[in-house]
Design a protein around this ligand. Structure first.
Ligand code: DSN
Length: 478
């Protein structure tokens, strides 16, 4: 029977849960087993530390704490104040920001908090001033109507979805696309890179209130100094969504012109991707926007999640340790080694490589759609996600790309030596999969043919590769 603290903690927790609803305990155990067995290459996922996970399973979950530190709408929030202040302090110190708001429950919440802060700061809206000065019940229908009219139709310029931008940057399926009139900048059709001259041209033509930089599928760095100059040239507020690469900023791999914090007016992030914390979000800004950002609850958010803020404090403390910089560097080294391994085997990569944590394979080079490739890889024990490529001929559902990322495997301890083997497994599956046909005999974008013997062999090889890098080696559930 294992006696270490981590095993004891998780085993005891499962025993308690099993006493009430055994199926939940079983599902939690099964999730750990699945995570241990699969080659996890989803660029936005990671493995939080046991301390971070354990910080979420406690009495903070029971507490309401609307408001901000020291100014709550509920009594008895002194312990929530402690963890929120710690999380904010670690965030400020880690990223060199003057203000940190750690209440957002997710990345979209963080972005909405930022958008409203920018609107409140920038838009001449007497109705907004009235709304903020008075109790909500005192506002008349005319006030609300004026507020909607004054705040609506503001302009946002952000990266296009197929170039790697994010839905929350003003796209129609997301509420940000209803709040803002959005225009996108894409990438150069030949190099696949952001063309700053084109961004500047679009900014001059469109005159956005907000210029957004940030991505979930662009495999390169962005020069935030240049983007800020573009924003300044048209009087826009410059916002960076660093959800994907926050860990690389924390680890100082993205420094100077590539560190968003000194250049942006406001920075948002998730905490669970390359930053390796709990599922959640945060906002960083200077003193000018701090007051508006702190109104995130109740403007956008419900009551904060104090148990998650406790976990954010733990994870951010971990990211401030010297070894986090080595982790961040290794993420990028691994992504580059993976890209090189794929290129050597003939894969087609968007932008021809990477300088961050992700690689985007254009699987039309293998005669597949993203959907076919994603499923064939999954059959073979390799977990990825399909993603659009620039000017994607297959649209956002079937797509032509597979996005892979290295934060999770790097946490597990895999290094550049293992990335060549990983590239070989991916290439084997993709090169041995072919497009299937639909019931009417025409080419299908979803069906595929992969010999199960190949899938089994790759699954076994993936397990062998992972066996040298146990996940949560100190946790034995028995
Ligand atoms: N869903 C996240 C990702 O996978 O990149 C972004 O929101």
């Amino acid at each position: 029977m294992p006696r270490n603290a981590e095993s004891t903690a998780f085993r005891s927790a499962l025993e308690v849960i099993r006493g009430v609803e055994p199926r939940v305990a079983d599902a939690i155990g099964a999730e750990l087993a699945d995570q241990r067995e699969s080659l996890k290459l989803i660029a936005s996922e990671n493995y939080a530390s046991p301390a971070t996970l354990l910080a979420m399973g406690n009495w903070f979950s029971d507490k309401y704490a609307e408001g901000t530190i020291g100014r709550r709408f509920y009594a008895g929030c002194q312990n929530v104040d402690t963890v929120e202040a710690l999380a904010a302090e670690h965030a400020r110190e880690l990223f060199g920001a003057s203000h940190a708001y750690v209440q957002p429950h997710s990345g979209i919440d963080a972005n909405l908090v930022a958008f409203w802060a920018i609107l409140a700061d920038r838009v001449e809206a007497p109705a907004l001033q009235r709304a903020q000065a008075r109790h909500v019940n005192d506002l008349t229908e005319a006030d609300w109507f004026a507020l909607r009219r004054e705040l609506g139709n503001q302009r946002m310029l952000g990266m296009s979805l197929d170039a790697g931008g994010h839905l929350t940057h003003g796209f129609r399926p997301n509420i940000s696309g209803k709040m803002f009139d959005q225009r996108s900048y894409g990438t150069d059709p030949v190099t696949g890179l952001v063309d700053y001259d084109r961004v500047a041209e679009a900014a001059r033509e469109f005159r956005p209130l907000v210029l957004v930089a940030g991505y979930s599928a662009y495999p390169r760095k962005i020069n935030f100094r240049i983007m800020r100059e573009i924003a300044d040239s048209v009087g826009a507020t410059f916002m960076v969504d660093m959800a994907h690469f926050a860990g690389l900023v924390a680890g100082k791999v993205f420094a100077g012109d590539f560190d968003p914090v000194p250049h942006a007016h406001i920075v948002t992030s998730t905490t669970h991707k390359s930053l390796r914390g709990p599922r959640g979000g945060l906002v960083l800004c200077g003193p000018e926007l701090a007051d508006q950002v702190d109104r995130g609850c109740p403007m956008v958010l419900g009551g904060p999640l104090p148990h998650v803020m406790a976990a954010k404090a733990v994870a951010l403390a971990e990211a401030r340790r010297p070894d986090f910089a080595g982790y961040a560097r290794q993420i990028v080294d691994n992504a580059q080694a993976l890209a090189e391994g794929l290129l050597r085997r003939g894969a087609r990569l968007v932008t021809g490589g990477t300088d961050n944590h992700l690689v985007l394979i254009d699987v039309t080079g293998y005669g597949l759609t993203g959907r076919q490739a994603e499923q064939a890889l999954l059959d073979s024990g390799i977990v990825t996600n399909r993603n659009a490529v620039p000017q994607d001929p297959n649209g956002a559902w079937y797509t032509s790309g597979i996005r892979i990322g290295t934060p999770a495997l790097t946490t597990r301890g895999l290094g550049t030596a293992e990335m060549d083997g990983t590239a070989e497994l991916i290439h084997t599956v993709l090169s041995q999969t072919s497009a299937g046909v639909g019931p009417d005999g025409t080419a299908s974008k979803a069906k595929y043919v992969l010999d199960p013997a190949v899938a089994d062999k790759v699954s076994r090889q993936a397990s062998e590769l992972l066996s040298g890098f146990p996940l949560y080696p100190d946790v034995e559930l028995g």
